[in-house]
Design a binder for this molecule. Structure first.
Ligand code: TYD
Length: 207
């Protein structure tokens, strides 16, 4: 496969929306299509990021600002070690969550001003933004039904919190219709995958 420039793809969505299933399928599809693909996840992806992930998802409670800064710290580590070096080396970097999760969860749901979070995102990534973001969208009560028993801190927040997260993501998608592709999580898994595949093929047809 000829390489033009490295593309950065992110997958976003509330807990239980089917995001990770679609992310995994997209990675498989892109790899079997012959692309050199680097899958990453947030928070995590680096030794420091994985340690931060454990604190964030499983340790005692913390105030919203601490939580936000820990997500940002994991992001800064990821972007400045893994992602920055992968530009030019890989065809596609594909991330399970990134900047938009902070805006949806810590901004729209926790109530930290969104503009401050967007500034911190720019700071943490040095301004690198995704080329395309696939947003898995599903009614909050249905998403809640799909969550497993072993819930992490964010998943335990309840329906009202998850609904704010969902509305936050949808607002971001309305603000940037070129970057966001909203996928209806009510569709069967295969149909969601097909919609994503078709969009990627259309977008990156010059590859
Ligand atoms: P994870 O186990 O990766 O869940 P998922 O499979 O849903 O991605 O947990 C990540 C959790 O952290 C998830 O509830 C979303 C949340 N999160 C934030 O609140 N802010 C962020 O910036 C990021 C990246 C994730």
């Amino acid at each position: 496969m000829p390489t033009r420039a490295t593309v950065l793809i992110t997958f976003e969505g509330p807990d239980g929306s089917g995001k990770t299933t679609q992310f995994t399928e997209a990675v498989r599809y892109l790899k079997t299509s012959g692309f050199k693909v680097l899958p990453i996840r947030e928070p995590g992806g680096t030794p420091a990021g994985e340690a931060i992930r454990t604190v964030l998802l499983h340790e005692a409670n913390m105030v919203a600002k601490t939580e936000l800064l820990l997500f940002m710290a994991a992001r800064a580590e990821n972007y400045h070690t893994v992602i920055k070096n992968a530009f030019g080396e890989y065809d596609i970097i594909i991330s399970d969550r990134s900047i938009d999760s902070s805006v949806a969860y810590q901004g729209f749901a926790r109530g930290i001003p969104v503009e401050e979070i967007k500034w911190l995102n720019r700071f943490s990534t040095s301004g690198i933004t995704p080329d395309v973001t696939y947003l898995m969208d599903l009614e909050t009560p249905l998403a809640a039904l799909r969550m497993k028993d072993d819930l992490d801190r964010m998943e335990q927040e309840g329906l009202a919190f998850q609904e704010k997260v969902r509305q936050g993501f949808l607002q971001l998608a309305r603000e940037e219709p070129e970057r966001f592709v909203v996928i209806d999580g009510n569709l069967p898994v295969d149909e969601c995958s097909r919609a994503i595949r078709e969009d990627m093929n259309r977008r990156f047809s010059e590859f």
